[in-house]
Every structure is written in structure tokens, then in C-alpha cells.
Design a protein around this ligand. Sequence first.
Ligand code: HEM
Length: 490
Amino acid sequence: MSWFQWTIISLFVCILLLAVTIYNSRKSGLSHIPGPFLARYTDAWNLWLAWSTLHNGTGPSSYRKLQAKYGSVIRTGPNSVTVLDPSAVPTIYGVRSHLAKSPSYIPFRQPNVTTSLLSIPEEHVHAKYRKLVSNAYSMSSIKGYEPYVDQTVARFVEVCREHAERKEPINFSVWCHYYCFDVISILTFGYSLGFLEGKDSLGLIQRIKYFRDYTTLVSQMPWLHKIFSDNFLLRSRKRSAFMDLVRDRIRGRMQEFKEEDKERPDFLSHLLASHFQHPETMTEQQVMIFASGNFIAGGFSPAATLNELCYYLVTHPNSQDRLFAEVQQAGSPTTFDELKNLPYLEGVIREAYRLHSSTSGTFQRVTNPDGLVLPNGCSLPGSAYVGCPSATINRDTTIFGPDAYEYNPERWLQGPNENSDEYSERRRAMDRAELSFGQGSRSCIGKSVVALEMFKVIASLVSHFKFELAGYPQKSEVKAFVHLREDVKR
Ligand code: HEM
């Protein structure tokens, strides 16, 4: 072909692409929503925002700049709307909204899998699967998990004691990950994978961090998942050592499973009980999806949150002291039921949930065919993608106060000039808006598990030790000297 013919073909392709882009932008019926010019035509704009948030943590500040320019309802993609108004949280995520999840969840799926709890789009299909596993996350099951968590906390305390004796700073960022991954391995499979022995022999933490970065980016353009992961060529790759371990563990436990084991407190025993009751829905493959999903979801987010919580404690010695005093005054309680009632401890943990950055997604949903009217009166057509960026909502000053960007556990307590009605009203507003665990029927099913592991470990660490910052404080690399509390008192 001559260069002239090539030029004509290239021009034709460019015009066609332009026409499709303009058509898609108009078809969505979102022209009345203000937003950046490029975002009207391409999701690449959102991809750029996700990339800069991942690398510089700029999500909330970027959204605030957009809000100042365009208001609280912003068009951030050809078919996407981002809402920065906390009063829209119940409208979008409330149990009565019944909005399906958008394709942005597709990259969270393993190739060929459509039934992982987090990414099932339709509400009714999700409800069916969630019911099958909800027993494993119920409060009575949580009680059964407590001895496993105690055992893991004791080992973490031992690690801190060794550091104190050697006068060597502890790298919390590493050991918090080891603690949380040991908790989730023992809760899921009934045995620890030995993280608190100081190693991650399967390289799981690094792999899961990679997976977090991958999903953060690819969920902005979910069709990329077909190119990078879920395609014929890549599907035939050898299964990972972790998936082999999960499969072997499940097969071994299936063979030895007996009715009387039903009460044995780990996730796998609950999943297997469900498998034997509903073999047609809870297949062996499904058990594997839930067990591995539980490990991935239940390891990384708590670890990142605990890491950040340690950062706040290490950089706020007064907060450490106040926590120590509260635990001491309460007679150094050890059970979860007792610890849950310590208000300052709860405040410290709620601040870490609110400010942590492990899940800073937009939790996108799809509007129903008859559309959606937002609290500010803005009307969205059917099939539009809509969501609230959790990290930005969690720092909203109208809900969380003028210091919403700061660590302040007192915000969760009754203020000195506040009566109990005012306090309840303020707490309710924070609870309704906070998006750390999502909201409504798709909210985090493992929330009570996280509470169990956080309350226990923080109460134990502050009762035994005082932590002093070593070096320059960074959230991703928290290093601290450990002093035994008896030494501190002397
Ligand atoms: C601090 C720790 C954690 C945070 C911040 C967190 C956050 C979240 C969020 C934001 C969602 C999804 C909300 C949405 O898509 O709208 C979610 C879902 C989920 N989380 Fe967590 N999570 C944490 C710990 C855990 C743990 C420990 C487990 C397991 C033991 C777990 C298991 C799950 C599962 C299975 C789902 C999917 C639930 C469903 O769609 O029904 N998470 N989590």
C-alpha cells in the first residue's frame, strides 16, 4: 500500500474513534453534570487520578480541588459520576437502594471466577452467596476465634519484648503485616503460616500489595483486565503456590470432615459445613474462592490499618499514655467483650479505620433503569456509574469536624460541652457517613473480625510497652524503640 492509502486509512480510523468517543459521551445522558473536560470523553482521566493517589496519596486533596470548582456532584468519566456529599451515602449504598456493583469490581476476580463475594454485581445473586457464608462471620463464631487471636497477640508481644531487650527499634510496618497475616491464616485454615517467626515464605504480602495496586488502576478501565489477566493465554498459567496450598488444605479437611467438627472454630470448618449442606451451590471450587478471598481481604486491609494506627500512637505519645491509663483503670481487661467497652480505645481504633488508606476506592454502583435522584436534587439517568470516594468522605469537615484531616480519637467520645442527645446525634451522623467498611448490604462482612484483632492487639501492646519514634516518621515505614512499661515507670 502507498503512504497515501495508509494516511487515508489512519484518518478514517481516527475519525471513527472520535465519533464513537463523542457518541459514548452523549449517550450516557450526563451532559448536565459538571466536571473536567477530558473526563467527559475518557476514563483515562480517572486512571490518572487513581495513579496519583496510589503514588502520592493525593486522592482527598484532588477531590477537594474538584469540589471547589464543580460542586459535590462531578462527572469523572464518560459514564461515571463521583459524589462528595456525605448525605448521599445512604441514597447510594443504603439497604433499600438495591444498586448493582459497577464493572469496576471485575479486576478483583480471579480468571474464570464470577462468584467472589466482593465482585458479584447483582444484589440478589450476592445475597444468595452471602447467606451461605454469613455464619462464619457471626458474633457467636467470633467468640470461637478469640483463643486463636490471643495466641497470635502473645507471639507479637514476645517479638516486641525481644526488640526491647535488644534495644533495637521495631519496624511496625513489617510486623503489623506479619501479625495480621498470621491472624487471618490461623482463622481461615486453623494454623499459622509462620509470619510472626519473621518470614513470609510464599511472598504473599508482596503479591497482595501488587494485587492492590493492580486493582486500583485497572478498575478505572475494567476492560484492561481481559488484556492483563483474564484471557486465554494467561489463564493457562501454572496456579500459584498459595492457591495450591489452599486447595490442598481444603481437600485434606474435606476428607477428615465430620459432623461433630462443625463447631470447630475456623472459617474453613464453617465453609465445609455449608458445602456439605448445599453441595450444588457451595461447590469445592466455591469453598476455594471464599477461603482464598477471605485470606486476601482479611490480611492486607487490617495490616495497613494497624500499621497506620501504630504510626498515630508512636507520633502521639499523649494518646499512648491516655490509652495505657484507660486500660489500667479498667483492671487490664483481656476479653473482647470487656475491651469493646473502653471508649478511648474504641476512639483510637475508629480513627485508624477512618484515616487509613488501604481501601480508598469509590465503591461504584450502577443506577437502576429509572435513574437516581441525589439529596441535592441532581438527577442521574439509568445505567450511570455512581460512587463516593471513601477517603474523601471520611475527611468531610461538616460531619467529622474542622479537624477531620487530623488524628483525634476524642471525636468519638462525648465532648465536655455536649449533652448526651447532642453526642448521640453527632455519632449517628459519623456512623451514617463513614465509608471505611462500605455501607449497606455490600459492606465488609469481616468487620467484627477486624475489631477482634485490633482491640486485642492494641490493648496488649500499650499495656506492656511504650513506643518511642525512631527516625523520621513515615506511615509506610514506622520504626519505634520499645520500652517495657516497668522500665518507663522507673
Ligand atoms: C481494616 C480492615 C478492613 C477494611 C478497611 C475492609 C474494608 C472493606 C470494604 C470497603 C469492603 C467493600 C465495600 C464495597 O465494595 O462497597 C469490604 C468487603 C469485604 N471484606 Fe473487608 N475490610 C477489612 C477487613 C476484612 C477482613 C478481616 C475480612 C475477612 C475476615 C474481610 C472480608 C471482606 C469480604 C469477604 C468482603 C466482601 C463482602 C461482600 O461483598 O458481601 N474484610 N471490606
